[in-house]
Design a protein around this ligand. Sequence first.
Ligand SMILES: [Mn+2]
Length: 306
Amino acid sequence: MDYDIIADVHGQIGKLEALLRKLGYRRKDGAWRHPEGRMALFLGDLVDRGPGQVEVLTIVRDMIEAGSGRSIMGNHEWNAIGFAMEDPVNGGHLRPRTANKRKEHAAFLAQVGEDSPLHNDLVAWFKTLPPFLDLGNVRLCHAWWNPEEIARVGAAMNAAGALDERFMVESFRKGSTPWRAMEAVTKGYEIALPDDSFFLDHNGAERRDIRVRWWDADAVCYRSAALVPEQERERIPALPLPEGVKLGAALEVPTFVGHYWLTGTPGVQNPTTAVLDFGAGKAGPLVAYRWSGEPELSNDQLAWVA
Ligand SMILES: [Mn+2]
């Protein structure tokens, strides 16, 4: 089977339809399908931000039902589940509905209607999405393929890939083992900055942990490893990473992730790692990789729409 792996759509219906068309998919018998039987694999983060979230979800659901697509869960679907699910212990929600969390989710809530039947139906569907896919010669997760955490999540998935309900509930308890595993797989590798260092995130908030370029063997100090807004990079100390932290460990099989809002011209990170998210949720291109069995990834197989 050959696959077209598609980055974080974030409700950008126009970009999704243009990309599917560019990749050769056509709508037939109620779903987008590829005439040569290729399958589209979505990296999660289908929702939040964009103007056509329900339409995007409808396209992906129809493709899954038609057998022309599959999707994993991104951190935005995981968050959406927690926002909607009641906490069996305190009667609130697993992801408390604070002003900030509501703001992140506002476009989705406005488009589906908060706590409407459609909202409940979509969240029930999010719960069926696997947090990763291991197809043997291709692997996908939303942010970080860490073998230990992947194994931990995998042990909580049923045969169809859906997470066990109790693991799901526990994954919203900060500091728990399920929380740590889901954070790693859907949000990436974070390390604490040394001393009193901090940077300002996109919202101007002080942050003392950095997400790191886990795929990059050349990233040997905090400053080069950090995924931070470029204007903040000089705040990150040029000190070596802590002992035992070695980035860029080679993965054996081609592995695809989204999540990172990279900038510049899309390109693979190394022969077995491709980060496909270039910020399609805002002004960036929606990127896909056309995989046809090759064990080493090549920039020639990337396709995108602006
Ligand atoms: Mn994400």
